[in-house]
Design a protein around this ligand. Structure first.
Ligand code: SF4
Ligand code: SF4
Ligand code: SF4
Ligand code: FES
Length: 994
């Protein structure tokens, strides 16, 4: 800590602290229009001028030094602040009373009040551009744009989509998309960063427009009339009187606009934000305080919530009658469920029933579902969809380091000096997490290696892109480990102190020479050596991986090979290092954590451990079976064999997302009794006997656990729509109809029970998770958590990690003369999974209406395929009809099909091959035949899709170019131009520094 003086008061400051942050901390009121703490100094507005040791400087761009004497209110500083803000008003009309942004957080409105501006000297000059409404989610009004550049900084350096810029040399600068396209035809991915950080109403969510204010829905001519009237009275009344009226209107808004914190219901990054609502209308999503995301979101979290109020939500239980369903009351439906489950259990035993928990629903709901299975039905036949994606990664970590979760936080990934991404389309599947890598790579010298079949965005940004052959990651990873050990580049000290099993592991590496790897993986020995030396040279290495690794017949072994490599190179136990399997669903981590697995009770406690069972038996007052249950893959097999007769599933579209969908559908049609609980009539509902209408996340309280083991609370935004119930209530109702006497009144009571029974969550409580607070497990009884694992030791009894010997096997799914092409598959940025939620967003449908199959240009030429050509894809298991998209993201005989379709789901093609250790389907190992159909349709991606845009990367706002303008006057100076000097981020902020 150092001491400085601010307005004659001595204050303590952190070494390296920004002056503006210190001023804000001390409560001094200094205007700061362009400054946003998460963007850093942009220096475009000049309103934060203060005197430091007698010199005018920008407080946002000044680093505090010991002994500084800061004056924020001298005549010179005040005049400079006013002069700068007056210029800003030349770009913006203050019509706050009829502005949808007048909600207490408008920077322009608040600065007008702070500086008690009565009249502006700089006349307002409209800009010669139209309002741009071409994006379905937000609009840009150049006439209200103050050119602060926050949006540009956010797009260039936080989201790093590099769409936005300001051409400062233009006579009338404005914000540009792709250097001058319409928004709707640009590379904009609609992540919303720019809208979130805009300090005024220039960029606004369309859902706000006409809805936030009491007078803002007026017809345009009336609105313009009012704006003119306000401008007309201003010379006489001054802004003081006008802002009083708008303040009163804003206070009225406070009464009806609710702001409720929630956690994103899509991917596993765990973004959290406030949802602004007026009755059931969602005004906007406002991120800012989320520990994982700050101001960041992707298009889904920011804009894709229409499904919650969709008119086709299920609102009544449905009971099958022949081929049809009829509506029923809750009591009838619950009684029927209980009666049929009891009958089937009485006749065939408890193990003839299987339950599937949802990884989209809360921890508390997953816990109750497994408790229903175990304590009420009496079976361990319970699973969740982590089986389809994450179980192999968890297994790889269990084998080597002990905990089945990311070894650090997203903050560690940001800090790494080298990030390696394997089999993950991170920019589309985990968009906000990807922004942290893109930013560190762009601004902070982080290096990036990407291994994938496709040249997606992260691959294009990578320093080294390894285009590996399908299913060969285990080989190159092991070959690099061997090379490092053989050439003395391994971290021997770390291995000696912290790792067991080196000798057996080295023996297992025998076959993995660089030459073998080069041949099988399609890489050169030189490239492999380059990668090995880079890994050895870097101080902090993180490896990120996802379904491109796990959804293989050796998914567990490849995940293990990743962790082995991290151990060999000493990349555990320190900030900025470690293993990061990226969890797909919002709560897929939590669904496993809370025990929805056939072999483990909540907190990864084995069902075959008598001590563990005894603890749960005492708490639940039942006798638990000691044999593990069936996982979801085995349940499908058991149905086919006539052993599993009934199933109860909630919040999973299993008939489309399980591999070999035709086989799964066939199994479901054989069930004697099937209960499906969902918010929509899903494809899986078609097989049900009873359908129970549930609630989405915005209609309930609970917690989700994200990829970085972060447990966060979500608060109820809306009441459940009439007729539906939150899943935890329905599960309790089913349990009680089966004779249990549960009486949970709130999910917090369920969490208390989890904490009492699972040492991993011992200190978790709703109080400790209040608001934006979060905990990263393991959580000790005193509430201390572990953002970074293994700081003291590994999670094995002796505290040491274990190298795990591996061998490689050829995939059982091989191409032949008939099935000659390889089909890869995965997610698309705009859609989540099959699209049950995201297709209900009009804007997303407009941008991305359908799925497609990506075909490489050379293959397209060879087979006479154009973008839009219909093709039939046939595998050994099924077929689909889909349009082609010709793109160089894929090469040769490798195709890619996104999974966002219920009509042509890719899983009609995938096989029943699995990873033998976890039974995770080998979705990514697929040989197909392609037949070109005669029809040629539209390009499956409309021209308005961001993939056709042309980004304009630059360092940021590039404010130096503004300072070069002939009409630029530095505040405190009378004449233009003066030369200012700036380094990005931290100069001394002085306007005298030239
Ligand atoms: S990508 Fe689009 S929505 Fe996201 S910050 Fe850039 S311009 Fe804004
Ligand atoms: S649109 Fe961009 S430059 Fe204009 S006011 Fe908003 S954030 Fe600032
Ligand atoms: S989908 Fe993922 S990245 Fe996008 S807002 Fe939600 S949690 Fe964040
Ligand atoms: S806050 Fe805009 S220049 Fe400092």
């Amino acid at each position: 800590m150092i001491s400085v003086t601010i307005d004659s008061l001595t204050v303590e400051a952190g070494d390296g602290e920004r002056l503006i942050d210190l001023i804000n901390r001390t409560g001094s009121n200094v205007p700061q229009v362009c400054y946003h703490p998460q963007l850093g100094p942009i220096q475009t507005c000049d309103t934060c001028m203060v005197e430091v040791n007698g010199k005018l400087v920008r407080a946002c761009a000044t680093t505090v030094l010991a002994g500084m004497n800061v004056d924020t209110k001298t005549v010179a500083a005040s005049a400079a602040q006013r002069q700068a803000f007056d210029k800003i008003l030349g770009n913006h009309v203050l019509y706050c009373t009829v502005c949808d942004n007048n909600n207490g957080n408008c920077t322009i409105h608040n600065t007008t009040k702070l500086l008690a501006v009565e009249h502006q000297q700089t006349p307002y000059r409209p800009k010669p551009y139209e309002v741009d409404n071409s994006n379905p989610f937000y609009r840009y009004d150049p006439d209200q744009c103050i050119l602060c550049g926050r949006c540009v900084e956010a797009c260039q350096n936080v989201q790093v989509n590099e769409t936005l810029s300001i051409r400062w040399e233009d006579p009338h600068p404005r914000v540009l998309w792709d250097g001058g396209s319409k928004i709707g035809e640009s590379s904009c991915v609609s992540c919303g960063h720019c809208v979130t950080v805009c300090p005024c109403n220039a960029l606004m969510e369309k859902t706000m427009l006409g809805h936030a204010g009491f007078l803002t829905a007026l017809p345009k001519p009336a609105l313009n009339g009012m704006i003119e009237a306000v401008k007309g009275v201003e010379p006489e009344t001054g802004y003081g009187a006008i802002t009083k009226i708008s303040d009163a209107e804003e206070a009225m808004r406070e009464q009806r606009i609710r702001r409720t914190k929630t956690v994103c219901t899509y991917c596993g990054v765990g973004c959290s934000f406030d949802v602004w609502t007026k009755d059931r209308h969602i005004l906007k999503v406002e991120p800012g305080a989320g520990p994982a995301n700050g101001i960041s979101t992707c298009v889904k979290g920011k804009f894709a919530w229409d499904y919650v109020n969709s008119s086709d939500r299920l609102t009544k239980p449905l009971i099958r009658e022949g081929d049809k369903f009829r509506e029923a009351g809750w009591e009838e439906a619950l009684s029927l469920v209980a009666r049929r489950l009891a009958e089937i259990k009485a006749k065939n035993g408890a193990d003839s029933i299987g339950l599937i928990a949802s990884s989209k629903c809360t921890n508390e709901e997953s816990y109750l579902m497994q408790k229903l299975a175990r304590a009420v039905v009496g079976t361990h036949n319970i699973d969740n969809c982590s089986r389809y994606c994450q179980s192999p990664a968890t297994m790889g970590l269990f084998r080597t380091v002990g905990y089945g979760g990311d070894s650090g936080s997203i903050a560690d990934i940001e800090k790494a000096s080298l990030v390696i991404i394997i089999g993950s389309n991170t920019a589309e599947s985990h968009p906000v997490l990807a922004t942290r890598v893109k930013r560190s790579h762009k601004l902070h010298g982080q290096k990036l290696i990407v291994a994938d079949l496709r040249e997606h965005e992260m691959a294009r940004r990578a320093d080294i892109f390894l285009h590996t052959k399908p299913g060969t990651d285990l080989i190159w990873l092991s070959a690099i480990s061997r090379y490092l050990l053989d050439s003395g580049l391994a971290k021997n000290e770390f291995l000696n102190q912290w790792v067991n099993g080196l000798d057996d592991y080295r023996k297992s590496l025998e076959p993995f020479t660089l030459e073998f790897a080069a041949e099988r993986c399609g890489l050169s020995v030189e490239t492999l050596k380059k990668v090995a030396h880079l890994i050895a040279a870097e101080d902090r290495v993180c490896i990120l991986w996802a379904m491109g690794v796990t959804q293989h017949s050796q998914g567990s072994d490849t995940s293990t090979a990743i962790s082995n490599l991290l151990l060999v190179t000493g990349n555990y136990m320190r900030p900025g290092t470690g293993a990061y399997p990226l969890r797909g669903h919002n709560n897929v981590q939590g669904a496993g954590d809370t025990g929805s697995m056939p072999n483990e009770l909540p907190g990864y406690q084995s069902v075959d451990d008598p001590e563990v069972r005894a603890r749960f038996e005492a708490a639940w007052k039942v006798k638990l079976p000691s044999n593990p249950g069936l996982d979801n893959h085995e349940m499908v097999e058991a149905i086919q064999q006539g052993k599993l007769k009934a199933m109860y599933l909630f919040g999973e579209e299993m008939s489309l997302v399980d591999s070999n969908a035709n086989y799964v559908a066939d199994a479901f049609s054989k069930l004697e009794f099937f209960v499906v609980q969902d918010i929509f009539f899903s494809a899986t509902c078609k097989f049900a006997d009873v359908i129970l209408p549930a609630c989405p996340s915005l209609e309930k309280d609970g917690t989700f656990t994200s990829t970085e083991r972060r447990i966060q609370r979500l608060y109820q935004v809306f009441e459940p729509i009439a007729g539906s119930r939150p899943d935890w209530r329905i599960i309790q109702d089913v349990a009680n109809h089966l004779g249990a006497k549960w009486n949970y009144r709130h999910p917090s009571e369920i969490m208390d029970e989890i904490a009492a029974l699972a040492p991993l969550f011992a200190g978790v409580s709703y109080e400790r998770l209040e608001g934006y607070k979060s905990l990263q497990w393991p959580v000790a009884p005193d509430g201390s958590d572990q953002p970074l694992l293994y700081t003291k030791e590994f999670a094995f009894p002796d505290g040491k990690a274990r190298l795990f010997p591996l061998s490689w096997m050829e995939s059982p799914e091989q191409p032949d003369a008939e099935f000659d092409l390889h089909l890869n598959n995965g997610r698309l940025l705009e859609h989540f999974h099959e699209g049950n939620l995201t297709y209900r967003s009009e804007g997303i449908r407009e941008k991305t209406p359908d799925t497609f199959v990506e075909v490489a240009p050379e293959l397209a030429k060879e087979r006479g395929i154009e973008s839009g050509t219909w093709v039939q894809l046939t595998s050994r298991y099924g077929q689909v009809r889909v349009r082609a998209l010709v793109t160089d993201r894929v090469q040769g005989k490798e195709l890619y099909m996104p999974m966002n379709s219920s009509e042509s789901p890719v899983n009609r093609l995938t096989s029943s091959h699995t990873d033998p250790v976890t039974h995770t389907p080998a979705y990514k190992e697929l040989s197909i035949h392609l037949r070109v159909l005669p029809e040629v349709g539209e390009n499956p991606l409309p021209r308005t899709n961001h993939r056709f845009g042309h980004p304009t990367p630059q360092r940021g706002v590039e404010v130096e170019r503004k300072w070069q303008r002939a009409d630029y006057v530095a505040p405190g100076r009378r004449h233009a131009p003066i030369q200012l000097q700036s380094t990005r981020g931290e100069n001394n902020g002085s306007t005298d520094s030239a």
